[in-house]
Design a protein around this ligand. Sequence first.
Ligand code: GLN
Length: 502
Amino acid sequence: MTPPTDSLAAIRRAILQGDLTAEQSTLAALHTSAAQNGTLNALITTFTQQAPEQARRIDSRLRAGEHLPLAGVPIVIKDNICLGPDFARPGDALGYGGPTTCASRILAEYHSPFTATAAQRLIDAGAIIIGKSNLDEFAMGSSTEHSAFGPTRNPHASNRVPGGSSGGSAAALAAGMCAAALGSDTGGSVRQPAALCGVVGVKPTYGRVSRWGLVAYASSLDQIGIFAHSVPDAASLLEIIAGHDPLDATSSQRPGENWSAAAAAPPPAGLLVGVPRQARTNLNHPAVSAAMRRCEDAISAAGGRIVEIDLTTTDLAVAAYYIVAAAEASSNLARFDGVRYGRRAALNDGEGLEELYRRSRAEGFGPEVKRRIMLGTHVLSSGYYDAYYLKALKVRRLIEQDFARAFAHAGCHALLMPTSPAPAFAIGEKASDPLALYLEDIYTVGVNLAGLPAISIPAGWAALPDGVLPVGVQVIAPAFNESSMFNVAGLLERSGVSRRAG
Ligand code: GLN
């Protein structure tokens, strides 16, 4: 592995001091991408022409004295986040945005007419989008194996998955193709690949970041998230992409905060961090348990206190999530019918509209997406609605209450949990057993059902026969309290939890 592209903070410093231009930084990122992507398959589209051109425009704006907080920072965007034709040149309809494929055959040729708000805010701050990253089709999966463009590989061991569904973003960052990346987290898709690739991954509070331009998977759970090399880098990116957007009715009016300061600040007096009893199971890989112990020790050493709490709904979260997410997905994906959106199948003489829909969807969607649509329509169908969908919504409420108890009643500033029960598994290992793959999400999906913010940070390493693989832990905070989340994560990062062997 080549050394990672510099952190955002380092690039920012070098650009400010005149030691680096946006063009140089962009060319370096593109160089690493060209060298690595053949093996990793992390990027679906690379903006080899557009990105340097955009960087030169940024350089001339810098020379003219403009201040751009992300000037020359190379960034990768998950390919379910729309980039319109004007992303490099406002007003110019040359198709610079490339396709937004969602790693699906049905959208392989889809060119979005507009740019997602989160991506636009990065671009406006001077960031250079160097590519669109691979994902599980429509963000459904935990391994990036379910992509119409082939699986992404883990930069730490190329026979292993990078996690998913934002595996391309995580792998691209870990391999040094960029200084940060965007993903989406509906049920762990930023945090889990961050953990499996050894980078930082943030899932903000539901409503903190605009979903405008994010292709919907499960709208009550979806949230755009951030991958970065460090906690302060992630905090400073959230400052840029967060905030109300009139184009997304669910985006919150709450103003952002100085999360970079929170990430660097000492912990509050009386810091109390909860560890769910249900997450201390021997089903966790030993390296994950060791990482948890190291983090608990680091918090105690910094003057904080660890309390054991109960998240009794932990075992129910996966079942509730896969019902709610599939139900919403089956409805959201109805628009891909070959007429409103998506690749249209060829028809034979005499075949009608229904056949057009049927064949376009049959040819366009991969097997996992079809499974979710069938699950979703089943749990919503009359006769099953009460038994599945309604019950899942009730469990969702219990999960919210479980977290609320830990924060409000037990007084925890944050909770600490593994991100994933184990390090990255081998490509193909869980391919024939969808349930085994769903169970990977045990620690991540509850956070989405409750709408909370959470961050995964690298917390150590697992020595496996074919490589040394990273493991992550996550810090979960009350809704809209990203400050606590960054504060505890910053403390753990500074204590060096990621450096020691697991
Ligand atoms: N693994 C989960 C799923 O397949 C999470 C996906 C996500 O967060 N986009 O639904």
